[in-house]
Design a protein around this ligand. Structure first.
Ligand SMILES: [Fe+2]
Ligand SMILES: [Fe+2]
Length: 373
């Protein structure tokens, strides 16, 4: 049994968990045989607490997304979180907000709780949990000044990112919506087209014990990259959950998806605010524009416009509305896999990994509300 499964088991077995009604709501008894058979035991005739195969497929894809989120957030926490030693990298993050190390640690905790909860919930319904442990083979940061980092194997790669920053202009538009076919320019075009690290790859890029400001230009560029990457990841989660909610059948599964999805929105909102404080700089081909002070700043870039601008929704015949965007459901899971892939998160991952993830995405994309398959 791998570590994740043992955590899930431990949580699932806790009496407090059983008492809170999630497992007690008509769930079937989970046996080892049932788990190994996956969804075969799920059906519409299992009473009030049963979930459909579509519900399980949605939750399984979300579990995988949360495992990947946890993996990347753990890397940020180890190098720049509140328990990481003071360094130029951490100081660079604090130029975006003094509380960045705390927020990074909290976001990491949230993702781990999402992953663990969804897997425990799946098991309580007789469905198979998701593990990606067999794909934990990537090299991460080779920093040795913090013990234990260089030897850890990762699921995600944070060192060759092409960060899409079009969420910035998408949420500032008052007359366009990706669900109506519109596309949006990047706020930091060079970040979207190159390959950049968002974490220190070695001791020099970490610079442990160095807290002087201004931070070394290259290290500040790494911290700025992280700042925009945080928001990119969490706006993805925000849209993913809003779309998935429309595909589930069981009311309790809807509650799970809405309740977790709401925290992804909180994450995104926080990081959206912080990214606007990225220090303007040029580091080789990477250019961070001044989003705070450039005058005249077009409204599409103005850094204090962090609330979603009301825009067209469903149809241009309706009045504009302040909304999450996009929220269309067609191929949303595969879209998330593709967006993460284009981000560079999976560079050096194996064909088996992509096959596994695409299978989960395909199953989730086929889920339809009200279909008891
Ligand atoms: Fe999450
Ligand atoms: Fe998240």
């Amino acid at each position: 049994m791998n570590k994740l499964e043992s955590i899930v088991d431990e949580r699932a077995n806790r009496r407090s968990f059983l008492k809170n009604g999630i497992a007690a709501a008509g769930a079937v008894t989970v046996s080892a045989g049932l788990l190994s058979n996956g969804l075969s035991a799920l059906g519409a005739d299992q009473g009030h607490g049963s979930i459909t195969e579509g519900d399980a497929a949605v939750l399984r894809f979300l579990a995988a997304a949360e495992i990947l989120e946890t993996d990347l957030w753990q890397q940020y926490t180890e190098l720049g979180g509140v328990t990481a030693p003071a360094s130029a990298y951490q100081t660079g993050l604090q130029q975006l907000d003094g509380d960045m190390p705390q927020y990074i640690a909290d976001n990491t905790d949230d993702e781990l709780s999402h992953e663990t909860f969804i897997n425990a919930y799946l098991m309580s319904k007789g469905a198979k949990p998701v593990s990606l442990e067999q794909f934990r083979n990537l090299e991460g940061s080779q920093v040795t000044d913090i013990p234990g980092i260089a030897s850890k194997k990762r699921l995600t790669n944070l060192m060759q990112l092409s960060v899409d920053t079009s969420w910035w202009t998408r949420y500032r538009s008052d007359n366009q919506n990706p669900d109506l076919g519109d596309t949006f320019p990047n706020a930091v075009p060079t970040l979207a087209t190159g390959m950049f690290t968002a974490i220190p790859r070695n001791n020099t890029e970490l610079a442990i014990g160095v807290t002087t400001v201004p931070v070394n230009n290259h290290i500040q560029a790494i911290a700025n990259t992280a700042g925009f990457h945080f928001a990119f990841i969490e706006q993805g989660g925000t849209s993913l959950y809003a779309a998935m909610a429309q595909k589930v059948s069981n009311l309790e599964v809807l509650r799970v998806v809405l309740s977790i999805g709401g925290t992804e929105i909180m994450h995104f909102q926080t990081w959206h605010d912080k990214a606007g404080n990225a220090i303007p700089l040029t580091d080789g081909t990477l250019v961070f524009p001044d989003l705070k002070n450039d005058i005249p700043q077009p409204e599409s870039l103005q850094s204090n416009l962090i609330m979603p601008e009301p825009t067209v929704f469903l149809s241009k015949k309706f009045p504009v509305c302040s909304i999450i965007r996009p929220t269309a459901t067609k191929n949303v899971a595969m879209g998330a896999v593709n967006a993460f892939t284009m981000d560079g998160l999976f560079i050096n991952q194996t064909p088996d990994f992509f096959e596994f993830l695409r299978d989960l995405a395909n199953d989730a994309d086929q889920a339809q509300r009200g279909v008891n398959d």
